[in-house]
Design a protein around this ligand. Structure first.
Ligand code: OGA
Ligand code: MN
Length: 208
């Protein structure tokens, strides 16, 4: 059963995607739910289950491009907190499909931990020549994030004008959702460790 708060968040997301291609929800999950996910991220880190992220289809490690460590969420082997997260994202997927007929049929997601000083240079979330990733989502897990901690998500609103962007602080509970093909974005380096879950809703590939 979907709570009224979640329903409200979900309709804010679909409304804003329709209007501007992206949405920022300040409190998508409550502090308790975020704490469970953050604890799980730290558990994975301590267990050696977070691995250096790679980029592109060829999966090369490129620390100058991105400096985070990731762990892919596996539904068949998920913790309670991960299952709750996947269920929420499945509700969001249904709502987006109803609103936009995107034919989303799959969701992939990973935890990400950026050590202090690490970032992710300006990029698009689609591999060149591949368009299965339709919608990107990022949920932040960092308590008491201050502007001076850095680590903002910088989203470029116009690909031809690098001065038009918004900076989003990675505060716990905040969720950002955007059309994967439309927004160049980057992660600015932070002064402290930065944790999140990134996810992508995918459509069926034409060539697979
Ligand atoms: C990504 C990404 C942004 C963020 O993982 O592709 O752009 O704010 N993350 O963590
Ligand atoms: Mn990205």
């Amino acid at each position: 059963m979907t709570s009224p708060t979640l329903q409200h968040s979900i309709s804010t997301i679909t409304d804003n995607i329709a209007k501007q291609g992206y949405a920022v929800i300040e409190q998508f999950l409550n502090p308790q739910e975020i704490a469970c996910l953050a604890t799980h991220a730290k558990f994975l880190q301590n267990a050696g289950e977070m691995h250096k992220a790679t980029t592109g289809i060829t999966k090369v490690e490129n620390p100058t491009l991105r400096g985070d460590f990731i762990h892919w969420i596996d539904a068949s082997d998920a913790s309670e907190a991960e299952i709750d997260y996947l269920n929420l994202m499945s509700e969001l997927q249904q709502a987006i499909n109803q609103a936009f007929f995107l034919g989303l049929f799959e969701f992939e997601s990973h935890f990400a931990i950026y050590p202090p000083g690490a970032g992710y240079q300006k990029h698009l979330d689609q591999f060149i020549g591949k368009s299965e990733r339709k919608i990107s989502s990022i949920l932040y897990l960092n308590d008491d994030w201050k502007a001076e901690d850095g680590g903002q998500l910088r989203m470029y609103l116009d690909e031809n004008d690098t001065t038009r962007f918004i900076d989003i602080t990675p505060q716990a509970g905040k969720m950002v959702v955007f059309l994967s093909s439309d927004f160049l974005h980057e992660v600015l380096p932070a002064n402290r460790e930065r944790m999140s879950i990134t996810g992508w809703f995918r459509a069926r590939s034409l060539n697979s």
